[in-house]
Write a protein that binds this ligand. Structure first.
Ligand SMILES: *[C@@H]1O[C@H](CO)[C@@H](O)[C@H](O)[C@H]1NC(C)=O
Ligand SMILES: *[C@@H]1O[C@H](CO)[C@@H](O)[C@H](O)[C@H]1NC(C)=O
Ligand SMILES: *[C@@H]1O[C@H](CO)[C@@H](O)[C@H](O)[C@H]1NC(C)=O
Ligand SMILES: *[C@@H]1O[C@H](CO)[C@@H](O)[C@H](O)[C@H]1NC(C)=O
Length: 428
């Protein structure tokens, strides 16, 4: 990549500037011809030739890609990969099923997972044909919003969990990621996690900031370069998507967010099997204050037979899987799972805290219908059974900006409210 870049520059010493009219937004940008060429080359690699193209009412283009041509199979470790046909065994729910109770308490909740149309593009009415998978098409504009082609689809490393790192230079210099999360204490052998996540559309102050709500399935060390992480949830990221809608997303890395991994299908790795769910597509509708609440249920677990990490959506829908080959520590098992929110606080102007919201933008104390929640937190044990998370630790770097409060009851099991407005009187 690097080599080719300098080669191109060498051949065109006088950079031709051209005006590029981008998409419907018609934002005129100056892009050098070599850069545009590199971007288009990259896009040609990740945007596979579609069998059918579906235009989403929200402006996204969803390409239906033959499943054997999907980006995952470009990965050098997956050259001879056979896409798993027979579904893995879903983890068993042991003990008394909370479902009957759950239905009563959550009768007032719109369960997005169960409705057939919960992504904006479903509004088109056209679906991808069998044997193909829906993939959100990346545009030149998407790449131009990233710092560089290398950065497109990647997460810049964040500092977490160790309190001493709150004062680390990275945070002070304005690259601060802030969290309000719950995590399984100590280290144990874990094989997955499940939870139901309330969906909101938090305000984002700066285009390069984001707000997400997700699960992390982790193994390796936080201070080394070998952290393995599988992540899924919803996020609002103007930089990545060009708008402020909450979107279903996935992420993976096997080296602490350095050279491996990416969001969604923006690099090779995640093998999609579902023809109705597009990763990176907007979730619609979302929750409103004192009004309808929408939530999504996500399950990530390791197939005990073949070792792949699967993603499930709702109660029994498979989305796809991360092949075991992608990982080092996670090729074996996870040692920790986390649930919660993360925002980027770029302190862009005069060092003030960002007004980017986490969750619904309300603190945990505001409760149901106001604050965002995660409910029915569960982990997957070595015998492929789901069990309720018994004890949970919480962490928030500055509870004056974003906070978290966990609780337990029979219907929602272990659950928590989390979030906040960012900048306010107590968080200047
Ligand atoms: C659905 O997608 C097709 C193909 O891109 C497009 O022509 C059509 O206008 C879309 N329909 C709706 C309702 O958005
Ligand atoms: C969502 O709805 C479906 C179908 O109505 C139900 O089976 C499932 O248990 C619900 N999920 C949750 C987490 O409430
Ligand atoms: C597509 O798959 C579904 C579910 O397996 C099946 O019901 C349907 O008949 C298939 N459609 C075609 C055109 O093969
Ligand atoms: C569920 O969603 C529909 C459509 O947005 C809405 O009309 C209805 O009031 C919601 N129900 C509840 C109980 O929130």
């Amino acid at each position: 990549m690097r080599k080719r870049r300098s080669f191109l520059y060498a051949r065109t010493p006088h950079l031709l500037l051209l005006l590029l009219l981008v998409g419907g937004a018609s934002a005129a940008r100056r892009v050098s011809r070599p850069r545009l060429h590199r971007i288009q080359k990259h896009l040609a690699k990740i945007n596979k030739p579609p069998i059918l193209t579906i235009e989403s009412p929200d402006g996204d283009i969803i390409d239906c890609i033959h499943k054997r041509r999907q980006p995952a199979l470009d990965h050098p470790l997956l050259k001879n990969h056979k896409i798993q046909k027979s579904p893995p065994e879903f983890p068993r729910s042991l003990g008394p099923k909370p479902n009957d109770e759950l239905r009563k308490t959550t009768a007032g909740i719109n369960n997005s997972s169960s409705t057939g149309t919960w992504q904006a593009w479903h509004g088109n009415g056209t679906w991808c044909p069998n044997g193909s998978v829906p993939v959100r098409r990346s545009t030149v504009d998407d790449v131009l919003r990233a710092k560089s082609l290398f950065d497109y689809g990647r997460k810049r490393p964040s500092l977490r969990l160790s309190k001493r790192q709150v004062d680390a230079p990275d945070v002070v210099s304005g690259n601060g990621h802030e969290h309000a999360i719950a995590y399984t204490p100590g280290t144990s052998e874990l094989y997955g996690a499940k939870s139901t996540i309330n969906v909101w559309d938090p305000w984002i102050e700066q285009g390069n900031e984001f707000s997400l709500s997700q699960m992390w399935v982790l193994s390796g060390s936080f201070d080394g370069s070998d952290l393995n992480s599988i992540e899924a949830g919803w996020q609002v990221s103007p930089e990545l998507y060009g708008d402020a809608r909450p979107r279903l997303f996935t992420y993976w890395t096997s080296d602490s967010y350095q050279a491996t991994g990416c969001y969604n299908l923006l690099c090779s790795g995640f093998v999609q099997t579902n023809s109705r769910i597009a990763i990176g597509a907007a979730i619609s509708p979302v929750s409103s204050f004192s009004g309808s609440q929408f939530d999504i249920t996500i399950l990530i677990w390791k197939d005990p037979k073949l070792g792949n990490w699967w993603m499930g959506f709702g109660e029994n829908t498979l989305v796809g899987y991360w092949p075991s080959e992608l990982f080092t520590h996670l090729a074996d098992h996870a040692t920790m799972v986390e649930f919660g929110g993360e925002v980027v606080n770029s302190r862009a102007e005069d060092g003030a805290h960002t007004t980017t919201q986490m969750g619904s933008g309300r603190f945990s104390g505001d409760g149901f219908g106001h604050a965002s929640y995660f409910r029915n937190l569960e982990v997957v044990d070595s015998d492929n059974s789901l069990s309720a998370v018994q004890s949970i630790s919480t962490l928030a770097e500055d509870t004056n900006c974003y906070d978290i409060r966990s609780s337990y009851d029979a219907d929602w099991g272990t659950h928590f409210y989390y979030g906040g407005p960012g900048k306010n009187d107590r968080c200047p």
